[in-house]
Design a protein around this ligand. Structure first.
Ligand SMILES: *Cc1c(COP(=O)(O)O)cnc(C)c1O
Length: 396
């Protein structure tokens, strides 16, 4: 038996996506740039997918650029705003301490090139506020980039209000909405953002494909030089099967959004309640302002890696943070950003569910986590010190 609870890392390809992709991996193998009929069939599929993705987001088709995924979309959005800013002598960027590394590492690169970066502190509940953004914006600010939903702790940020602040101050606003698109309602016009990143494999589409929404009137700079694909903003023969699969997955996710959200919230809440019964545990991220599929706990007195391996033995696939940081021994930058001390940031568990998870699955997970935490604490010298009073508990 396997219960997959790591959907924030990646999701299963949906049948709708697979079926949509197959023709473009077999008979319809044309290059959309070719003038003959085989190529033109691929080009028509590309056009239809662009219209579909745009429609799912409330955007215009020409505002959608297909990329190789969320990371590339984040890179391109930030590099575009940085280049536009530099032309006006504006080289200050506002972001947050708990962004995805696709954002943070791009900002690091820009910092080395002479840009100034302000990373906003994140409140203990995993939220940043529009007021913080307003205070951080300066005369020379060219971009504000704040994620819509955090990939580790699932908190949903007030992007509409943040975008309004940016508009008033005439600063470009980008959001990494990779965890949000297909999971909660996302409408670019309603949000009022200038740029928004998404990734196919986070909503049951294929890996290696994503998109960047860029509001009309903003000239994207390209990261990849070559042919004139994607209106000259992203060279390279298009990943037609991937793009078509992503569009199909997104359509399906958006169509079933309300239903799926309700299903997931029920299971999520069961997990949050059940795991909350474990003594000296703490829920990471705001209880209410969070993704329907995210549960993230710290358990004092244990190490994250061992809990994951033991849970895997019981058939539960979970994560201690983002897939990108697991494997390194540093505690998650997200948990540190919300002020969790190293000691407990190490003992974190992220369960990210999809709409197929049942309450029975949740109960099995709760039992498995309780057993595992008890087992690990029984062997933990840190736990012994805590219980004997040699060390003080951080959690209640
Ligand atoms: C997964 C993820 C990304 C990266 O997307 P890829 O398609 O894997 O490159 C970026 N930001 C967030 C918040 C993510 O969860």
């Amino acid at each position: 038996m396997t219960i997959y609870a790591d959907n924030a890392a990646t999701t299963r390809l949906s049948d709708a996506a697979l079926q949509a992709m197959i023709p473009f991996l077999t008979d319809n193998y044309g290059n959309p740039s070719s003038l003959h009929s085989v190529g033109q069939r691929a080009n028509e599929a590309l056009t239809a997918a662009r219209e579909s993705v745009a429609g799912s987001l409330g955007a215009q088709p020409r505002e959608i650029t297909f990329t190789s995924g969320g990371s590339e979309a984040d890179n391109q959005a930030i590099m575009t705003a940085a280049a536009l800013g530099a032309k006006k002598g504006k080289k200050h960027i506002v972001s947050t301490a708990f962004e995805h590394h696709a954002v943070l590492h791009t900002l690091n690169k820009l910092q080395k090139q002479g840009y100034e970066i302000t990373l906003l502190d994140v409140h203990e509940n995993g939220m940043v506020t529009p007021e913080q953004v307003a205070e951080a914006i300066r005369e020379d600010t060219c971009l504000v980039t704040v994620m819509t939903a955090n990939n580790e702790i699932g908190t949903i940020q007030p992007i509409k209000e943040i975008a309004a602040v940016c508009r008033e101050k005439k600063v470009l606003c980008h959001t990494d909405a990779v965890q949000a698109v297909g999971h909660i309602p996302v409408d670019v016009k309603d949000l009022g953002v200038d740029m928004l990143s998404l990734s196919g494999h986070k909503f049951h589409g294929p890996k290696g494909v994503g998109a960047l929404y860029c509001r009309r009137g903003i000239l994207l700079s390209s990261l990849i030089e070559g042919g004139a694909q994607e209106r000259g903003k992203r060279a390279g023969t298009e990943n037609i099967a991937g793009i078509v699969g992503m569009a199909a997955a997104l359509e399906e996710s958006v169509r079933n959004l309300a239903d799926n959200m309700a299903k997931m919230q029920r299971v999520r809440d069961r997990l949050i309640e059940g795991l909350g019964e474990i003594e000296h545990s703490v829920l990471n991220g705001d209880r209410a302002q969070r993704l329907p599929g995210n549960v993230n706990y710290c358990f004092e007195g244990i190490e994250g890696e061992s809990i994951l391996l033991l849970l895997d033995d019981k058939g539960v696939c979970a994560s201690s943070g983002s897939a990108c940081t697991s494997g390194s021994l540093d505690p998650s930058h997200v948990l540190l950003a919300i002020g969790r001390p190293h000691e407990i940031a190490h003992g974190s568990l992220r369960l990210s569910i999809d709409e197929t998870m049942t309450l029975n699955d949740a109960d099995y997970i709760i039992r498995s986590v309780k057993e595992t935490v008890a087992l690990l604490r029984g062997m933990s010298p840190v736990w012994r010190d805590l219980v004997s009073g040699k060390k003080e508990f951080i959690t209640k």
